[in-house]
Write a protein that binds this ligand. Structure first.
Ligand code: SF4
Length: 471
């Protein structure tokens, strides 16, 4: 783009989705090893903004040691005659998209969880100052969102200053989220879709409803509405809710049609309130993962910043890999923390009555939204670090899932066995056919199309402990 002639590296949409490995990185900003980091957009009165001003508080990129990870705060302050605070979330989320346009610059996640890497190659080409990064952001904001008349950008790498501003940023996020609470999905006729993450997860569409916050936790229904209004051709768009097909699972005809269209037919059915069968797709920047634990017939939850291994022995990164990529994985669900505050939180699966384990930090954050009769029955890493200990804890506390175990222990019906005779070699008929057959293996869903299965013997048994019967 000619508007970036003075930037030492290329800038364009082709760089979206670019991954920078540790060995190739010059520096890391934010990320899992840095406790306090944030990006925040604020709408200010016109006279408080100096258009185009870029400020760096703390060491600039060229002063940061190669291979290190550093604290970072990004503050985007904007003004415009028709701009109001309702657009702060929209402006803020664009930081992710715009920074990823820069060659050799990777931006992941959002808000208090940002994770940025600059490649050695781009650094060597001369991208060694936040001044250049700021110029790219400034120009993209002004050209893509004309509603912004003035914008100034501040990069903070001084850890003390980041720590000082961090609580204010957290307070701002909470105020935004609180505004969206109270509105119900039934109260609106439009939801909002977002495809910003398709650069990393090509078959992902976030469906943002009043009661199901976006996966990244950065776009509420109000933000979606504001974004679609100011930039109708942008990555956030309105979805006509359409006909309610299944109130319990959260299936709407308009959602199915929109998701099908935006995933080129890969995803045709979405159930918004469940982690089973047709769950909402999971991109890569979800704040947390819900994962099914078959041994206790309940769900664990783990957030991105949880450092240890979860109760099933797997860390967040492994569970996230099994979930991400724009797929619908049965029993795995990428989601925001805010969704856990919703009455529709996995409501089709039992909601909080089905959650058995989560990190203490997350429990503290959402405690006020967990029903009083179950809050003390949900284990954290302090109560259980393995499935056996979890089972004992749940039994001791009489967690609601325990009633499900009792139901399963009821005498199994007589196993019914049906033997299908072997067909003569070469003349076998298929014992099953299907247009599409998903198989789960090693964290992947393999979809076989136009399937015909042949077998020498088929044994059909009633299995009382089958997962599908537990739902
Ligand atoms: S997680 Fe969803 S809402 Fe957030 S940026 Fe990605 S696609 Fe958009």
């Amino acid at each position: 783009m000619s508007m970036f002639k003075d930037i030492p590296v290329d800038v364009g949409v082709i760089y979206e989705g670019e991954r920078i490995r540790r060995n190739d990185m010059q520096v890391e900003l934010g990320g899992p090893t840095v406790k306090e980091k944030f990006e925040l957009a604020k709408v200010k009165p016109m006279n408080e903004i100096e258009d185009g001003k870029i400020t760096i508080i703390g060491p600039d990129i060229k002063d940061l040691k190669e291979g290190g990870a550093y604290a970072l705060g990004i503050l985007v302050e904007a003004a415009g005659a028709t701009l109001d605070q309702g657009l702060e979330g929209v402006i803020e989320r664009r930081i992710h998209g715009y920074l990823n346009y820069i060659e050799g610059f990777m931006h992941l996640n959002q808000r208090y969880d940002i994770w940025i890497r600059l490649s050695k190659k781009s650094f060597q080409k001369g991208l060694n100052s936040f001044e250049s990064i700021g110029k790219v952001l400034y120009r993209l904001f002004k050209s893509e969102l004309p509603i912004i008349e003035k914008v100034q950008i501040t990069f903070i790498t001084d850890p003390a200053k980041v720590a000082e501003l961090y609580p204010n940023a957290m307070q701002d996020y909470e105020s935004r989220d609180a505004k969206a609470r109270g509105l119900k999905d039934e109260d609106v006729d439009k939801f909002y879709g977002c495809t910003l993450c398709q650069s990393f997860a090509p078959t992902h569409v976030c469906v943002i409803t009043p009661q199901r916050y976006s996966n990244c936790g950065a776009i509420s229904w109000f933000d979606g509405k504001a974004s679609a209004n100011v930039d109708p051709k942008g990555p956030v768009f309105a979805i006509d809710r359409g006909e309610l097909i299944n109130a319990e699972k959260g299936e709407f005809s308009g959602v199915n049609e929109t998701v099908k269209k935006h995933t080129m037919g890969e995803v045709t059915q979405v159930w918004l309130y469940t982690a089973f069968d047709h769950p909402h797709t999971s991109c890569g920047c979800f704040e947390a993962v819900t994962f099914y634990i078959p041994e206790v017939d309940g769900f664990g939850v783990v957030n991105r910043s949880f450092k240890g291994v979860t109760v099933n022995g797997l860390p967040f990164s492994t569970l996230a890999d099994s979930t991400a990529g724009g797929r619908q994985i049965d029993g795995f669900h990428g989601m925001s923390i805010e969704y856990m505050r919703s009455k529709k939180f996995l409501s089709a699966d039992g909601g909080w009555n089905r959650i058995v384990w989560l990190p203490k930090e997350v429990k503290e954050r959402v405690k006020d939204f967990i029903p009083k009769d179950v809050v003390d029955k949900i284990a954290t890493e302090e109560n259980a670090t393995g499935v056996d200990a979890l089972k004992a804890f749940l039994k001791d506390k009489n967690h609601p899932v325990v009633a499900r175990w009792v139901a399963e222990e009821a005498p199994a019906a007589e196993a019914e066995a049906v033997e299908v005779k072997e067909e003569a070699a070469g003349t076998m008929m298929p014992v099953a056919t299907a247009a599409s057959l998903p198989i789960m293996a090693g964290g992947f869903k393999i979809i076989l199309k136009d399937v015909k299965i042949y077998a020498n013997k088929v044994i059909i048994q009633t299995v009382k402990s089958d997962k599908s019967e537990k739902r």
